[in-house]
Design a protein. Structure first.
Lengths: 122, 292, 243
């Protein structure tokens, strides 16, 4: 399993996103156990503390919850929360980037909308 | 619990100050990268921590004891470097058989497993090994001792690319199986970055910083844009590195200040290894300054 | 964090076991040294001859002093050898302190000296057998263990302790050399000074001549050995490794 080490995204964010993706894909189910920091460290060949940081982010966002001595589990509404978050944050940011890039390349608003529509049709 | 405590440690060695002033603490069960350029004092520091050399002044404590001539420190720590030596009268397997009587946590299974994986010759003598195999044997020895403080000084010197990757993987797996404090020195941070939790950067015998890897990655930002705009932003800040890309464009690295808002320039993250390189370089433009 | 704690004794024991295997080469070289000494001794150290009428009597005095001299020099070198970097650094690949390493070395030198002493003493008997089988003498006379057991035991003891004294001198000298290269000059100067100067001669006379019995000699030699080893320990206690 490989992470993008050169990415500008910190490794622990990439770990958190990977777990989120697994939850969306329902490979981690509601109330199911997710990988421990050591399993993640082994899987991604990273320091366990870095992996733990990724898990902590998700616990703070209430995507995961801790059971003492048992590990981390997927919160019942985790999938909905993640999708919601991605819609509001990630998609907005990507749209923002798109608009900025379009402006730089002097692509008009109409052309941009046309482009998006074309992408959807494919 | 604190494993290492250094307070203003100085070491005069060969008529020079190898260590000027080293102060830091190392917490238990972390993998820390000891980073610095050649001659920064990494090796001298490790040798003092292992009890091989005696500090000239200052206070050194490993497991709350001064390591020089301390049995407890010797028993619970090991320094793996390319000067490790073993008697020529012993075969490699005999050396491995001797080890458990010294190191109670010795993991014989791991030692033989790695020994066979890396195709080392059991009947060989240590001094007859190739540089790469010698480094590998020393590293295997160090991992198998399972010492509470395991120190590696440039452990992959002489190993080829594939073996390095394997060694770092083995180190991580062993750490996961049996967490211990690991201090690993390298002048090539990018190679070990993924393993590390903390970085201890030293330069000219002094500690530059001791931070978590994530903090180091956030330490600086690169500002790229038209020269006059970039210069407007950096006039207040300490410049770590600067480069004139062409007549109009400038790239400058400064300490990160999250309160700053930048416009008209692009902001780029600076990798941990670039941060370490920039803060330890004497000129702001690097090698390019020579060719001006 | 769980730290393992071994006693000094336990570490020294492990080191002695390690060194016994590792230093086998040095011990085996002893056999070669003894054989050389033996061959040289065959010529005898002195002889006298008389002839009465037609019978001529040739008396050859053959001793194993030659063997002993060689072994003593060998012990000096072995003591010196194990203070060299290669040997000291080997210690530091395992658990050690400078004190534990020194104690283990001293124990090894004691064991080696006992082995060398006993075999040197026995070489006397080997010498007799060789002379009996291959020599041209028709009559051999020499004191044996059975004739005077106590004196023989004392002889072995003296041989052992003399060898150990040589080893301890080599060991201390070696440590001085490790400390500073100045001793490359000072040590030979000192060795030459002993038989030449008045006080040196007096010292030699005190140790080797003025003894009412073998026991006195033994006590003096043991004391010298202890002092030399103690000095070696003090000298090496701040030596740096892999420096």
């Amino acid at each position: 399993m490989n992470l993008n080490a050169d990415s500008t995204k910190p490794i622990y964010i990439q770990i958190a996103e990977w777990i989120e993706n697994e939850i969306i894909a329902e490979r981690f189910l509601s109330d199911g156990k997710v990988h421990s920091q050591y399993q993640l460290a082994d899987l991604f060949n990273i320091n366990p503390a870095t992996a733990a940081k990724g898990l902590t982010i998700l616990v703070e966002e209430k995507v995961l919850y801790k059971k003492r001595g048992l590990g981390m589990f997927v919160a019942p509404e985790a999938k909905i929360m993640i999708l919601e978050k991605r819609r509001s944050e990630t998609l907005t940011r990507m749209a923002m980037d798109l608009v900025l890039e379009a402006r730089r390349l002097s692509v008009s608003e109409e052309e941009l909308i046309h482009l998006i529509k074309k992408c959807e049709e494919e | 619990m604190t494993v290492i405590e250094c307070q203003n440690v100085k070491k005069r060695y060969m008529g020079k100050n190898a260590l000027e002033s080293i102060t830091f603490q190392l917490e238990d069960k972390k993998i820390t990268g000891l980073i610095g350029r050649n001659g920064a004092g990494k090796t001298t520091l490790l040798k003092i921590l292992a009890g091989f050399m005696k500090e000239s002044s200052g206070e050194v404590k490993v497991f709350s004891n001064n390591p020089f001539n301390n049995l407890c420190v010797s028993e619970n720590s090991i320094l793996v470097d390319d000067q490790m030596s073993f008697p020529d009268t012993l075969k490699l397997t005999e050396i491995l058989m001797m080890a458990p009587s010294f190191y109670p946590n010795w993991n014989a299974e791991l030692a033989t497993g790695l020994f066979e994986y890396f195709n080392l010759d059991a009947k060989q003598q240590h001094s007859k090994l190739s540089k790469g195999n010698q480094a590998m044997f020393n590293a295997i020895f160090g991992l198998a001792t399972r010492c509470s403080l395991t120190m590696f000084d440039e452990p992959t010197n002489g190993m080829d690319e594939a073996v390095r990757t394997d060694f770092y993987r083995a180190l991580l797996k062993e750490y996961i199986a049996y967490p211990r404090s690991i201090l690993i020195s390298s002048h090539h941070l990018a190679e070990i970055e993924h393993l590390l939790e903390d970085i201890l950067l030293i330069h000219k015998g002094k500690v530059v910083f001791h931070q978590s890897l994530d903090e180091v990655k956030e330490y600086a930002v690169g500002i790229q844009g038209p020269t006059e705009k970039v210069e407007a932003y950096i006039n207040q800040q300490e410049i770590l590195h600067t480069k004139q890309l062409n007549r109009e464009l400038q790239y400058t690295v400064v300490r990160k200040d999250s309160s700053m808002k930048y416009e008209g320039v692009t902001i780029q993250p600076v990798s941990a290894s670039d941060v370490c390189m920039y803060v330890t370089s004497d000129t702001k433009g690097g090698i390019d300054d020579v060719f001006k | 964090m769980f730290l393992s704690k071994s006693s000094l004794g336990k570490v020294v024991r492990a080191q002695v076991r390690f060194k016994m295997t590792a230093y086998m080469g040095a011990v085996l070289s002893l056999i070669v040294v003894q054989l050389v000494g033996l061959i040289i001794s065959l010529n005898g150290t002195g002889s006298m001859g008389t002839s009465i009428d037609n019978i001529s009597i040739q008396v050859n005095i053959v001793t194993h002093d030659g063997v002993f001299m060689f072994v003593a020099i060998w012990a000096l070198f072995v003591g010196n050898l194990i203070t060299t970097k290669a040997y000291r650094y080997d210690d530091f690949s395992f658990v050690t302190t400078r004190l534990s390493g020194n104690i283990a070395n001293i124990i090894i030198l004691c064991m080696v000296s006992v082995f060398a002493g006993v075999t040197t003493f026995l070489s006397n008997y080997l010498l007799r057998v060789v002379l009996l089988l291959f020599g041209s003498s028709s009559y051999l006379k020499s004191p044996g263990i059975l004739e005077n057991p106590l004196s023989s035991y004392l002889n072995v003891m003296v041989i052992i302790i003399l060898i150990l004294t040589a080893a301890s001198a080599g060991y201390f000298g070696g440590m001085l050399l490790q400390k500073s290269k100045v001793f490359m000059v000072l040590i030979p100067a000192f060795i030459i000074a002993i038989p030449v100067t008045k006080s040196g001669q007096a010292f030699l006379a005190y140790v080797f001549m003025e003894n009412e019995s073998m026991l006195f000699l033994l006590v003096k030699l043991v004391s010298i050995t202890i002092i030399l080893f103690a000095l070696a320990i003090v000298t090496s206690n701040r030596l740096e490794v892999r420096a």
